[in-house]
Design a protein. Structure first.
Length: 277
């Protein structure tokens, strides 16, 4: 029987090799100072990070971790893909950016990280890869110092219920919002960064309700300070989405999509804190 987490780790190892060569990430431009910065929502969420210890969960091969370091944070990145962590270390070394990268599962964070961080951060395409939000939230809380801040930006759970590869523009509900704990198996050609890549990608993903996300953090002892929903997304979820001048992807104002760009919440952000006592 397939272990979904092991299969996902192997997939992300394969995707790392593709992503490092893709135009989607354009690592060469980033490494030579021509890449983009963190988006405005990510930057604003945790507040000023200068001089603060920041833990970046699901950091992939470290581009956003390095961006945080450039904004003055002392950064530690964690990812379950050993190939991504090796690439992150190599990229930080090449760029001369001090950052630490640890190979670990964010649902089983090592005790060495406990109580060390002013900020824990994670963003864009993260929660659906996690089978157990209670363990994840518990790890977030453990790693924060008293008064520390957790910030997440991710796809809205409602969005993930829709078919992301429809034959034509339109919203087709594919999965129920209220579903059990079993993962969904999805198979498709190519990689999100390179659809033409010679690989068959098999993903095992979990759909979490907003109540599960917020509830897991509350049960871990964190206090939710802010929660926002947005009619745009950081990547092209549907093939017919349109990118604005601000870089965000939106639903088109098309008669086949009721109310156009305002039809669906596409992304959310949440800020929570650990009690200072």
């Amino acid at each position: 029987m397939t272990d979904p987490r092991r299969a996902n780790r192997d997939l992300w190892n394969a995707w790392t090799r593709i992503n490092l060569q893709s135009d989607f990430y354009d690592v060469e431009a980033f490494a030579t100072g021509r890449g983009r910065d963190l988006d405005a929502i990510c930057l604003a969420g945790p507040g000023d990070v200068r001089g603060k210890a920041l833990l970046h969960l699901q950091c992939h091969f470290g581009m956003d971790s390095i961006r945080w370091a450039r904004h003055g944070a002392t950064v530690t990145g964690v990812d379950f893909s050993e190939e991504a962590i090796a690439a992150a270390r190599a990229l930080a070394t090449r760029m001369g950016v001090p950052a630490t990268f640890i190979h670990a599962d964010v649902c089983d964070l090592p005790a060495q990280l406990d109580g060390r961080f002013d900020v824990v951060f994670t963003s864009h395409g993260v929660l659906s890869w996690l089978p157990d939000l209670e363990r994840w939230a518990g790890g977030v809380a453990r790693c924060l110092v008293p008064g520390g801040v957790f910030f997440i930006v991710d796809a809205h759970p409602m969005l993930l219920c829709f078919d992301d590869r429809p034959a034509e523009p339109g919203l087709r509900l594919l999965y129920p919002y209220f579903r059990g704990p079993e993962p969904i198996r999805e198979e498709h050609p190519g990689c999100y960064s390179a659809p033409e890549a010679p690989i068959t990608s098999v993903e095992h993903v979990w759909l979490h309700r907003l109540s599960s996300i917020i509830g897991s953090l509350a049960r871990a002892g964190l206090r939710v300070e802010s929660f926002e929903e947005y009619p745009f997304l950081g990547w092209k979820f549907f093939p017919w989405m349109q990118q604005g001048a601000d870089g965000w992807w939106r639903l088109p104002d098309d008669a086949r999509i009721p109310t156009g760009a305002g039809s669906l919440p596409l992304m959310f952000s949440l800020k929570a804190t650990r009690s200072p006592a």
